[in-house]
Ligand binder design. Structure first.
Ligand SMILES: *Cc1c(COP(=O)(O)O)cnc(C)c1O
Length: 219
C-alpha cells in the first residue's frame, strides 16, 4: 500500500507488457479522503489526482493549488450539464463525457472561453443500465459527433462491472479506441490496474491502494 509500492507495481506491470512506465499516468483518486492524506501524497511529489464530484473538488483543490505547483486534476465522476462551466475551470482533464447533451455544452463553452480540457469519452462496456456511458455499439458515431464539434477527445474511459473479468472490458475499450484513432485509455483501479496496463491503459485511476480505504461512503 502507498505511493511507492504502487509506483513499483506500475513499473513491473509496464515491464511485463513491454511498455515504458512514463507512458502511464497514475491518477491518485482522492475523493472523500481526509486532506492530511492528500497533503502527504503531494509532499511526496505526486501531482496527478482524480475527483469524482465537482463540488468536493471546488472545496479542496484551489487551496492545494495555491500551495503546490503543477497539479494535474482529473474529473472521473458523472458531470451534470449545469456544472460543466465550473468543471472547465477546475479540472485539467475530464474523463466522463458520456452523452450528446454534455458534448454540446462543452462545445458551447469551448467557443465561449477559447479553452477546453482534454476529454475522454466514457464507454459503458458492460452495458449496465445503472451506469453512465455510451454503449459500445454507439461509440464510433459518438466519437465522430464529438470530433465534428471540434472537441479535444483524447481517449476512452471505462469502469468494468464489479462482478466480471475486467480484462474483457479493457480489451473492448482498447479495440474501440484503436478503430477510432484514439491514443489514450483511462482504465484500471486499485484492484485491476496491472491488468489494465497489460491492455494498454495510459491513465490508471487508483484510490484506496494509495490512500487506504475511504472512510466516508461515496454518495
Ligand atoms: C473511486 C474511483 C476510482 C478509484 O477506486 P479504487 O478502487 O479506490 O482504486 C477509480 N475510478 C473511478 C471512476 C472512481 O469513481
Amino acid at each position: 500500500m502507498g505511493l511507492t509500492d504502487i509506483r513499483s507495481r506500475i513499473a513491473a506491470a509496464a515491464r511485463d507488457a513491454g511498455r515504458a512506465s512514463e507512458d502511464i499516468t497514475l491518477i491518485a483518486v482522492s475523493k472523500v479522503q481526509p486532506n492530511e492524506r492528500v497533503d502527504a501524497v503531494l509532499r511526496e511529489g505526486h501531482r496527478s489526482f482524480g475527483e469524482n464530484r465537482v463540488q468536493e473538488a471546488a472545496g479542496k483543490w484551489p487551496d492545494f493549488r495555491a500551495r503546490f505547483d503543477g497539479i494535474d486534476l482529473h474529473l472521473i465522476g458523472p458531470l451534470q450539464t449545469n456544472k460543466a462551466r465550473q468543471a472547465f475551470e477546475l479540472f485539467d482533464a475530464i474523463h466522463t463525457l458520456d452523452r450528446p447533451k454534455l458534448a454540446k455544452t462543452f462545445a458551447r463553452l469551448a467557443q465561449e472561453t477559447g479553452h477546453c480540457p482534454p476529454l475522454f469519452i466514457q464507454v459503458n462496456t458492460g452495458e449496465e443500465p445503472q451506469k453512465a456511458g455510451i454503449a459500445p455499439d454507439a461509440t464510433d458515431a459518438f466519437v465522430k459527433d464529438c470530433l465534428a464539434l471540434d472537441l479535444p477527445v483524447h481517449g476512452l474511459m471505462c469502469i468494468p462491472p464489479a462482478e466480471e473479468t475486467p480484462s474483457l472490458h479493457f480489451a473492448l475499450l482498447r479495440k474501440l479506441a484503436e478503430r477510432n484513432g484514439l491514443k489514450q485509455l483511462s482504465m484500471g483501479m486499485s484492484a485491476d490496474f496491472e491488468q489494465a496496463i497489460a491492455f494498454g491503459a495510459t491513465h490508471i485511476r487508483v484510490g484506496s491502494a494509495i490512500f487506504g480505504e475511504r472512510e466516508t461512503p461515496e454518495t
